[in-house]
Design a protein around this ligand. Structure first.
Ligand SMILES: Cc1cc2nc3c(=O)[nH]c(=O)nc-3n(C[C@H](O)[C@H](O)[C@H](O)COP(=O)(O)O)c2cc1C
Length: 382
């Protein structure tokens, strides 16, 4: 087993263990992957301010986000098809998140259903909603999430249509997954994955079983989404969602201050500054670059989370220094999941916590909630 020292180490392991079409679906972004690259590059360009001779013998990473007590400001982001990255993937990730004391957010398009995840966990998790064309079904999804005790509803607003992902087209990623000769040959080199999937006997969208008509063979992911998701969704629809859901409402997928103000007016309790991990508008800003203007526009009236290339504790501290209350982590936990299942996700979270703790100590930050502009090195322009 290769030595893992940081969450990113799991990427190479996952690449060897997960079928290529699934790995690329996780790893890739839309079009030229410019925004995907910018998410990472802009985080790398931020410098933390080193402080010395501060008593940092007692440090606290705990915080509260969207009503949830968190052991650190990290939430596992909603990711569709996580149950194809590893058999029972959503259950394993939710269990790892629960053990680590951080919220897990289940995607509408998960493989394991929300009821299955609830049955395998003891703490409430968050449910992410895509606004689908069948409004009665959206109401049913919300009612199910309430029934199983989900503690926050995360409405994703940045996917009225899908950004094209070249890799998915090249790999023939389809709904349901299709076995072509190249995918079959690739599968033969990943027997562990295949055997676990066969034992798990789940290949479809757990939350949508029975509601989505069977797709013709070879329906691409993008075609499927355009058939199901509602592209006319607007802020007025949020009022309807609020009439169905009484708990905390998180609006995910905002990068513009005007949109952030509109989200607040529509009744959002929290906002996730996100470009969907560089998987939607290519050429848009990195989420970390978009964060400060959104923080300013919101002016403390809602909690702000940010995601996009969060890979460890330094990234978390930078995001907090720029005004986020917490971060969401997508690919980093999926690589851990693909590499080692639940243990991999647990390790990603543990490494992130340790890195955050050290970064706090070296910036003289005793309480994670006290991070702010003073935590950043003000660039001298050299
Ligand atoms: C494989 C994958 C699937 C995703 N599926 C969803 C989804 O179903 N719903 C959603 O709101 N966001 C989805 N996202 C976006 C994530 O919630 C999150 O915004 C993004 O992954 C953050 O960037 P990072 O992966 O660089 O951490 C997905 C991202 C990935 C990588």
């Amino acid at each position: 087993m290769p030595v893992v020292t940081c969450p990113q180490d799991f990427r190479a392991i996952a690449r060897r263990r997960v079928p290529r079409a699934i790995f690329d679906y996780v790893d890739g972004g839309s079009y030229d992957e410019l925004t995907l690259a910018a998410n990472r590059r802009d985080l790398d360009a931020i410098r933390l301010r080193q402080r010395v001779m501060v008593d940092v013998s007692e440090r606290r990473t705990e915080c509260r986000v969207a009503g949830a007590e968190c052991s650190m400001p990290v939430v596992l982001a909603p990711t569709g098809l996580a149950g194809l990255v590893h058999a029972r993937g959503e259950i394993l990730a939710a269990q790892a998140a629960e053990a680590a004391g951080v919220p897990f957010c289940l995607s509408t398009v998960s493989i394991c259903s929300m009821e299955e995840v609830a049955a395998a966990t003891t703490k409430p998790f968050w449910f992410q909603l895509y606004f689908m064309k069948d409004r009665d079904f959206v109401a049913q999804l919300i009612a199910r999430a309430e029934k199983i005790g989900c503690s926050a509803l995360v409405l994703t607003v940045d996917l009225p249509v899908t950004g094209q992902r070249h890799r998915d087209i090249r790999n023939g990623l389809s709904v349901p997954p299709r076995l072509t000769l190249p995918t079959l040959l690739d599968l033969l080199t990943k027997p562990g994955w295949g055997l676990r999937m066969l034992a798990g006997r789940r290949w479809n969208f757990g939350n949508l079983v029975g509601h989505i008509p069977k797709q013709p063979a070879g329906t691409s992911m993008a075609q499927w989404i355009s058939g199901q998701f509602e592209p006319s969704m607007g802020w007025a629809d949020v009022a309807w969602i609020k009439s169905q859901w009484k708990g905390p409402l998180v609006i995910k997928g905002v990068t513009d201050p005007d949109d952030a103000r509109a989200a607040l007016d529509a009744g959002a309790d929290s906002i996730v500054v996100s470009n969907h991990g560089g998987r939607q508008l290519d050429g848009g800003p990195s989420s970390i670059a978009a964060l400060p203007a959104v923080v300013k526009a919101v002016g403390g009236r809602a909690d702000i989370l940010v995601d996009g290339a969060i890979r460890g504790g330094h990234d978390v501290l930078k995001a907090l220094a720029l005004g986020a209350k917490a971060t969401m982590m997508g690919r980093a936990f999926l690589y851990g999941l693909g590499a080692q299942g639940r243990a991999g996700v647990a390790k990603v979270l543990e490494l992130t916590r340790k890195e955050l703790d050290v970064a706090m100590a070296l910036t003289g930050t005793n309480d994670v909630t006290a991070a702010g502009p003073h935590t950043l090195f003000q660039d001298s322009g050299l």
